[in-house]
Design a protein. Structure first.
Length: 346
């Protein structure tokens, strides 16, 4: 499928204005008509289609070049929509929804048959979340249907945190983009399987394991998140992901970076360093990107994908990246960096 024009609907901060609503209605109409449009959420931009219509959902996979065995998350605006989609709502899920919805927590349930088969890639479960973003929820309400939406990047590329990223990846491949500015969290939602007797964490994300456990007690973690030789329970986690064009190396001992940089430069490479504001001045690479502050990991999460894309813009060939502590949001940040990286230097 290709489109002569990928329309952009720019909504501003006074999102309840008549003009914004008119724009969102127009975008929502395309969803109702079975087309695919991108929209902002609090995590990353999503690529949405009517989750109840198989033909519409297939267009998402086509536009992204997404493997068909990788299921999508269904987005809803109101809790009552959940009952249409899922066969059972366990008590733990109810507790989590009360605490974290709307928000960056995706819950997996046993599905009902109304959900289009491609959404779940043939699985008997469906992933659902309610985004914490005014524009997203206004759009979902206007569309009046549950909306299946993966991140709005080409498969394998860093997820988009601005409408410009979406445009870069998908222009001509989708009907339109709702531009609601930069997203906040910057990393995708946490994915938790509630269809199991004890909930299992499949993907670390915007809501941390500690925060979840504070509400429902101990949960399990998919062993594949801890050991590289295991097959992940969540199909999307097995793919290499989030990668810039250049080769990324994670460097544990940052004191080694200046030397790594000069050696790569001697080899004739264009070299980048991914660091934070604290260490920005320490490196003399071709491109040094300060991604937030170590003192506030939320700022690192928020800027991570745009930072990775910066290296592509500057045609960097080798990227040395500082690492982050494996705790709190650091777990999600390191999960994405590990997927972006070709290896680690100690
Ligand atoms: O923050 C987010 O979650 C963003 C925004 C747009 O909402 N969406 C997003 O979607 O990151 P996507 O498609 O990039 O990632 C969905 C993840 C994949 O790893 C997929 O395999 C997993 O959720 N998933 C979806 N349904 C599943 C299911 N029934 N069982 C196991 N994993 C599932
Ligand atoms: Mg994605």
């Amino acid at each position: 499928m290709s489109y002569k024009q990928t329309k952009i609907w720019s909504v501003d901060n006074s999102f309840e204005s008549e003009e914004n609503l008119r724009l969102l209605r127009e975008a929502a109409l395309w969803i109702k008509k079975g087309e695919v449009i991108a929209f902002p959420t609090e995590t990353v931009y999503g690529l949405g289609a009517n989750a109840l219509e198989e033909e519409a959902v297939k267009k998402i996979f086509e536009a992204k070049g997404r493997p068909s065995d990788n299921p999508l998350i269904v987005h809803i605006a109101e809790t009552h929509q959940l009952k249409e989609l899922v066969a059972d709502i366990p008590t733990v899920a109810e507790q989590l929804m009360k605490h974290f919805w709307p928000g960056a927590l995706t819950l997996i349930f046993k599905k009902k048959q109304v959900v289009a088969p491609s959404v779940t890639a043939g699985l008997e479960t469906v992933a659902v979340r309610m985004p914490d973003h005014d524009v997203a929820r206004a759009l979902l309400k206007e569309a009046g249907v549950p909306v299946a939406a993966p991140s709005a990047n080409l498969s394998g590329k860093p997820s988009p945190t601005t409408a410009q990223h979406v445009y870069h990846d998908l222009v001509g491949r989708i009907r339109g983009i709702v531009d609601g500015g930069k997203t906040g969290v910057g990393l995708e939602s946490t994915v938790l399987d509630c269809s199991k007797p004890v909930p299992v964490l499949y993907r670390p994300g915007g809501v941390t394991k500690e925060e979840i456990e504070a509400v429902i007690g101990p949960i399990e973690v998919d062993p594949a998140l801890l050991a590289a030789d295991q097959t992940p329970a969540s199909p999307g986690m097995k793919y290499k992901h989030y990668s810039p064009v250049g080769t990324v190396y994670l460097v544990q001992d940052t004191a080694k970076i200046p030397d790594l940089v000069s050696r790569a430069k001697k080899d004739g490479k264009r070299v980048g360093v991914l660091t934070t504001v604290e260490n920005e001045g320490k490196y003399e690479a071709d491109v040094v990107v300060a991604c937030g502050s170590r003192m506030k990991l939320a700022t690192v999460a928020s800027e991570l994908y745009q930072s990775l894309r910066r290296f592509d813009d500057d045609e960097v060939e080798v990227i040395f990246a500082e690492m982050f502590p494996y705790e709190g949001l650091g777990i999600a940040i390191m999960n994405r960096l590990e997927k972006a990286a070709a290896g680690e230097i100690r």
